[in-house]
Design a protein around this ligand. Structure first.
Ligand SMILES: [Ca+2]
Ligand SMILES: [Ca+2]
Ligand SMILES: [Ca+2]
Length: 235
């Protein structure tokens, strides 16, 4: 299954805007991105990126776009600011949660989201498809790998100070900010209750922090705690 089947506002806004600005026929760049997303699941990233660059350059020549005005590279990356804006529901403001998301998505930290980072982000921000009960051995393996990636992603978001464990204030901060980014406001009491509940389930050795083993055990038995990241791209 490809990871970019549904069109969400980031693709729409950013890619359509590029097409419009540079007079490229509608849907052309979008089609390249979609192709890439399919290929990225099968082939080596560098190989795909290289052939995409060549394709983009051809596209620009065919569309008679002034190469000075727009280098092909520009069509291959999404600026991190665009990502942040879409995830913050159109707002330019960034909170800790958005910052954590961005630094996790922009793996090499160069301020741009390339295809590979984009594909990873899409996977992480979407619900994992399929029912465990209906899966064969191979599908179960893929499912487990996806879940593992998603758990690591979530853990790195919660562990704000990168100490290797999650404390109550980190969990509280991320819960509050992520709800805010999703356009929801929850009272401090409600959030405190939620944090307590998570700690009751997850902090099995009762030392006041959730380490990776505890987090991974909790997420596997209660995957709904990972769902909070789903749908961020669907606005
Ligand atoms: Ca990057
Ligand atoms: Ca921490
Ligand atoms: Ca603990």
């Amino acid at each position: 299954m490809g990871c970019c089947q549904s069109s969400h506002s980031l693709e729409k806004e950013y890619i359509l805007n590029l097409e419009k600005t540079f007079d490229i026929p509608k849907g052309h760049i979008k089609a390249y991105w979609d192709d890439y997303c399919v290929l990225a699941n099968e082939k080596d990233h560098d190989e795909v990126a290289e052939s995409m660059k060549t394709d983009m350059e051809k596209e620009l020549i065919v569309s008679e776009v002034d190469a000075e005005k727009i280098p092909a590279q520009k069509l291959l990356y999404i600026p991190v600011d665009e990502f942040a804006r879409v995830m913050a529901g159109g707002s330019e403001e960034r909170n800790v949660f958005i910052e954590r998301l961005i630094s996790t998505i922009d793996v090499d930290g160069n301020g741009e989201v390339d295809f590979e980072e984009y594909v990873c982000a899409m996977e992480l921000l979407k619900p994992i498809q399929g029912k465990k009960e209906d899966m064969n051995e191979e599908e179960t393996k893929v499912f487990k790998a996806k879940l593992e990636k998603k758990m690591k992603f979530a853990f790195s978001i919660f562990d704000v100070d990168k100490s290797g464990d999650i404390d109550e204030s980190e969990l509280k901060e991320i819960f509050t900010m992520s709800l805010e980014s999703a356009g929801m406001v929850a009272g401090t009491k409600k959030i405190a209750k939620l944090v307590k509940e998570v700690f009751r389930i997850a902090d099995t050795d009762k030392n006041g922090t959730i380490d990776w083993d505890e987090f991974s055990a909790m997420s596997q038995s209660n995957p709904r705690y990972l769902d909070m990241f789903d749908g961020l791209m669907k606005k």
